[in-house]
Design a protein around this ligand. Structure first.
Ligand SMILES: [Fe+2]
Length: 306
């Protein structure tokens, strides 16, 4: 039976979104502590659908952190370029904390543009994140074009690879480096000493196995933290990377989420890639707040020693 501090809910209702991934959750108020049985249902749905959106939430920073921590300990952000309310909260916004609109040439906005390329959050860390939670405070107006977050299912993308390419990819790795954004946008300031210490380049397998899905294999690479697959001549590694980008961009693997005010999205970074769809940053305000669940350990591939 629920304690006084717990929300009494009839139970959330979970409805799939699209055929590739995603589900919508209604009938749960995340501003209050959800009981353990309800959270277990939510967690099962998270593993099954990979992306969940909880509609019509009204969450303070503390409430978002509290719900996020049900999935595990949160990452803190050592990077100086992120606007933060707390060490574990990243404001994904083209607006400053005191409400001032930033233009498309502003450094903070350029950093967000890097995320218009396929990625998983924190892939450039030695232990990439397990999940991300994004809460929509100020969505784009209906008439605005773009601004969605597009997700792609890397289980499905992996399974659809030709057999010979899958075999070729199995032992390969990619170097993910935080500095890559500076290569894409040289106008960005150089990494600080602090950032170089905390986020040096790291190497991850290109095929990973999911610890909570019985070792199911998925494709794992990004295009915001590197541009080549390792273990072969450079031009060949770059060509293979381009081929994979083209492969995962196939709409049959993806779901595009248009954020509504009060949406809280949570997704599994261990089996999805995502990217921001571009919009007119000079014209529109867009404010979301991210919390990020830390990974439990290094990325495990078919040949990793565990
Ligand atoms: Fe992201």
């Amino acid at each position: 039976m629920a304690t006084v501090a717990q929300a009494t809910v009839a139970g959330p209702s979970i409805r799939p979104l699209g055929s590739a991934l995603g589900a919508e959750v209604t009938g749960v108020d995340l501003s209050r502590r959800v009981d353990d049985d309800t959270f277990a249902r939510i967690h099962r749905a998270f593993l099954e659908h990979h992306f969940l959106v909880f509609r019509d939430q009204a969450l303070t920073v503390e409430q978002q952190i509290a719900f996020s921590e049900r999935f595990g300990p949160l990452e803190a952000f050592p990077e100086k370029d992120k606007q933060k309310d707390a060490a574990t909260v990243y404001n994904v916004a083209n607006v400053t904390a005191d409400g001032k609109k930033l233009g498309s040439k502003d450094i903070q906005v350029i950093f967000l543009k890097v995320n218009a390329r396929w990625h998983t959050d924190s892939s450039y860390r030695s232990v990439p994140s397990l999940a991300s939670l994004l809460y929509c405070i100020e969505p784009l107006p209906d008439e605005a074009v773009g601004g969605e977050t597009e997700y792609a299912n890397m289980f499905a993308a992996h399974d659809a690879l030709p057999e010979d390419l899958r075999r070729q990819l199995e032992p390969l790795h990619m170097v993910h480096y935080y500095e890559y954004g500076r290569r894409l946008y040289p106008e960005l300031p150089p990494m600080t000493h602090h950032e170089r210490v905390h986020v040096p380049p790291v190497c991850h397998p290109v095929i990973r196995v999911h610890p909570d899905r019985g070792g199911k294999r998925s494709l794992f690479f990004t295009e915001n933290a590197g541009g080549e697959i390792g273990g072969m001549p450079l031009a060949q590694g770059q060509a293979l990377h381009r081929q994979l980008v083209e492969h995962v961009t196939d709409p049959r693997f993806s779901y595009k989420h248009r954020w509504r005010k009060g949406d809280l999205g949570v997704w599994d970074n261990r089996c999805l890639l995502h990217r921001l769809r571009e919009y007119d940053e000079d014209r529109y305000r867009r404010v979301l707040r991210r919390t990020t669940v830390a990974g439990a350990g290094p990325v495990v591939g078919p040949f990793s020693r565990q």
